[in-house]
Design a protein around this ligand. Sequence first.
Ligand code: CA
Ligand code: CA
Length: 413
Amino acid sequence: MKHILTVLLALVVPAHADIIYVDSNASPGGAGTSWQNAHQGLQDALLRADLTPGPDQVCVAEGSYSPGALLGDRFNIPRHTTVVGGYRSGDHWRFPTGRMYATVLTGNGICQIVVVIQNYGSSVKLKSVVVSGGIWGIWLDGGPFATTTLEDVRVQNCHGGQGISAGNSGGTLNLLRVEVMDCSASAAGYTGGMYVGSTDRTSLCNVIVRNCTSDTGVGGMHLFVAGDGEIVGQNILIHGCRGKSTGGLRAEIGGIPGSISMYGVTLVDNQATSTINPRHALGSENTVSVPGHMEFVNMVVWSGFQGPEMFGGYFLHTYFMHSLVRGGLPAFFYPNGTQTLLVPPQLMKGSYIPTDGSPVRDAGGTGTQMRAAAPDVFDLDNDGDFLEDCPVDLLGNPRFVGAAIDLGCYEIQ
Ligand SMILES: [Ca+2]
Ligand SMILES: [Ca+2]
């Protein structure tokens, strides 16, 4: 009887993640079982997480961590693994966003890829780390039934490949408070900042791409949807990016139609270098004859370079609602563009936060899908409501202030 009871208890007790500790200030040879006995390197912890069958949480203290000194060395985040950085060394306290005590994963300018996530059918999260010094920063492949999350992650100073390359083929991909800065692509067609390809559900919330370049492709961000995939974005800032055909953001639907819905996007000071068909801020295309649904709501587009800010193809199902666009919408988009402002947005230099007198104030509205904002899939106000309009702006301030929502990624308080 006692034996049966033990078996029953083993079945009902939830499987808790094993915690593996990493601190670059630890002595060599630690087993990773506590902060006092922490692994000195992240690679040891990831190898151990890979060998254990259940979920693991790898906690990493502030400091610099390198996957190795060879081109092919990389941090492989195993299935069923969460990696959380930002702990203060010594007392291991951490701020909620983990940004104060930086856990830096660096390829030291040697490694081809710094972080690889190949996730099939499990939950993998990378949280509160800075990734730098690779040809590629993060290469992510989320397969069927996988949930893959990047949260409070910054990628910087990666040159040659792409800052972040994220594929989602049949699972859930979440990018929350992700920033890519000072990255560049040189190989054909690559995106300097961030490429996201999705055949299933992908959510981007509070994402910044700045000062990223590509000699041959998109400078800032390239979104691609195939199958019946969807990408939903909220509070996106892309600035200072330079590409060949597209400077800031390229949104593309290919294959069987899916959807891209972007809310509260600010595209400023981006540039395209091509003399043929450049789009400084936004290229949006359904590249198939049966188009999907593409919608941009409450957007600010203001690059200020000579030439068109925007370009699109198969525009019947592309909607631009309640936006401020330098030079106005291209004729292609008529009659799907509505409520377009043509005056300068009056943003503060550097931060791109609107001034009090900015015309973006209270100029927002709802899209054809009757939303002013994306669903609060991350429940950023912790009220248990995941379906309401996202209640915060890029800074985490309240989104619904004054008579209406503001255009762009920030809300004037
Ligand atoms: Ca407002
Ligand atoms: Ca909520």
